[in-house]
Design a protein around this ligand. Structure first.
Ligand code: BG6
Length: 464
């Protein structure tokens, strides 16, 4: 039996595998970006044969592929898929898994834990029975723990088995094209890099607005909420890239060091009512698997300060929420204006659904007048078919990066830990402040209180 690189997915019949992982592997085959040449072992509890699983997965790939569906390309993926039925919560089942791996010449393991984090420890325990597993890599889906304490305990278990530089914590926002573009936009353009500080910028706003509600994920979400589900991970990662100093080199350690400096400089708010709004959409408590008296927030807006020489005194406004009027993820940089009569210059990095850059600046109204009006330049990157086809979906990019051993675009434990510490603390402070959850209508822009929060400082949210 020849030896084969082996990519194993725990949670092989789950939504993530069908919607994201298998379509990503297919798209990587289409673009030729998967140079790792693996066999794919899919582990699930259900009773499928490999060929039945391949048929099932075909439908999902057809539905969720970013690129067109081509049968001959799918076949190339399908023939490498082996379905293995097991209850991965049973430690004793791993001896047989090891035998299965041996029969199939499995080596160079990459394990993908597409399961809830409470199962991570039992899988790690089981993998002790698998030859070569300890030297393998592991990809972990979020959420990484439920709070700082749980995350730290989980991390200890993971690092006791896998080498820390073989642990890839997925934050799929780090795989998004425009998130990766932030560094280039900042550092390759002196017109921005020279004014990227509190002296020239009035505020930076990071928004992740979603149209969807909690859908079928009520039981998970109700224990999490917007702060933990979106802010602690995705939005703090983006914040740290927007605010960091230019890394000394492209080495992963240099970028992480700079991101960490930002996260370590976050100031704990003294006045909660002037720093935070948590809200819940009308009808949330009637969602499936949500407690009828739930006080989980489905919306969060936070005013953050970063205490370092570049940013001291300048607010970062971060907001995210579900069941809002429009899906929109963006970073808006609002520059200081030279006088109150003149509008601010605004640089807006549009992350999704449109990918692009918008720039607003002042010009003279044409004709015999000195009036000032705004020129609005809107570069839509994703509108070009060529760019669209060449833009890998986040999971394609991140799986490929893991195979190649590129760790820059994964979250590191120290970042995760420090973000948890901050989010745990502000959530507790909000609770003990006695401030109520603000309610908002589904389909609206979020709670009015979030508008009022910025109004305290004379600011408004930037909406395209
Ligand atoms: C996930 C959250 O991490 O990100 C979800 O758990 C959220 O609640 C999703 O809907 C948003 O991802 P995207 O790529 O659709 O913006």
């Amino acid at each position: 039996m020849s030896e084969k690189n082996t990519f194993t997915i725990f949670g092989g019949t789950g939504d993530l595998t069908f919607r994201k992982l298998i379509p990503a592997l297919y798209n990587m085959e289409m673009t030729g970006s998967n140079t790792f040449d693996t066999q794919i072992v899919v582990i699930g509890r259900r009773d499928y044969t490999s060929s039945a699983y391949r048929e099932l997965a075909r439908d999902w790939v057809e539905k969720f592929t970013r690129l067109s569906f081509r049968e001959e390309v799918y076949e190339k993926i399908a023939e490498r898929i082996l379905y293995y039925r097991m209850d991965f919560t049973k430690e004793e089942a791993y001896g047989e898994l090891n035998a299965f791996y041996r029969e199939n010449g499995a080596e160079n393991h990459v394990f993908y834990f597409a399961v809830a984090p409470r199962f991570f420890p039992v899988i790690v325990q089981g993998l002790k029975k698998v030859d070569g597993a300890r030297g393998g890599k592991v990809v972990l889906e979020k959420p990484f723990g439920e709070n700082l304490e749980a995350a730290a305990a989980l991390n200890e278990k993971m690092e006791a088995f896998f080498s820390p530089d073989h642990i890839y914590r997925i934050d799929h926002y780090l795989g998004k094209e425009m998130v990766r573009n932030i560094q280039t936009i900042r550092f390759a353009n002196p017109i921005f890099s020279n004014v990227w500080d509190a002296k020239h910028i009035r505020c930076i706003q990071i928004s992740a607005m979603e149209e969807v509600g909690v859908e079928t994920r009520g039981s998970y979400y109700d224990h999490s909420g917007a702060l933990k589900d979106m802010m602690q991970n995705h939005l703090f990662q983006i914040l740290s890239i927007v605010a960091m100093e230019q890394p000394q080199s492209s080495a992963v350690e240099d970028m992480h060091r700079e991101q960490m400096k930002v996260l370590s400089a976050l100031v704990m708010p003294e006045d909660i009512s002037g720093s935070m709004v948590l809200g819940q959409y009308g009808g949330y408590r009637e969602e499936p698997s949500v407690a009828p008296d739930s006080d989980t927030e489905t919306y969060a807006a936070v005013r953050l300060l970063v205490d370092n020489d570049r940013w001291r005194g300048m607010p970062f406004y971060i907001r995210t929420g579900k069941k809002l009027g429009e899906r929109e993820m963006q970073v808006a940089v609002v520059f200081k204006s030279p006088s109150p009569e003149v509008e601010s210059n605004i640089l807006n990095i549009r992350i999704q659904p449109t990918e692009g850059v918008y720039l607003q600046f002042n010009i003279k109204r044409p004709g015999e007048t000195d009036d000032i009006i705004q020129a609005k330049m809107d570069f839509c990157q994703s509108c070009s078919l060529e760019h669209h086809l060449n833009t890998p979906e986040a999971y394609e990019r991140l799986i490929g990066a893991c195979f190649r051993g590129e760790r820059s675009w994964f979250s590191q434990w120290d970042q995760v830990g420090i973000s948890w510490r901050y989010v745990d603390a502000v959530k507790a402070a909000y609770r003990s402040s006695g401030m109520p959850l603000a309610s908002y209508e589904p389909g609206s822009n979020g709670p009015q209180e979030a508008e009022r929060l910025l109004a305290i400082y004379g600011d408004t949210w930037f909406d395209n």
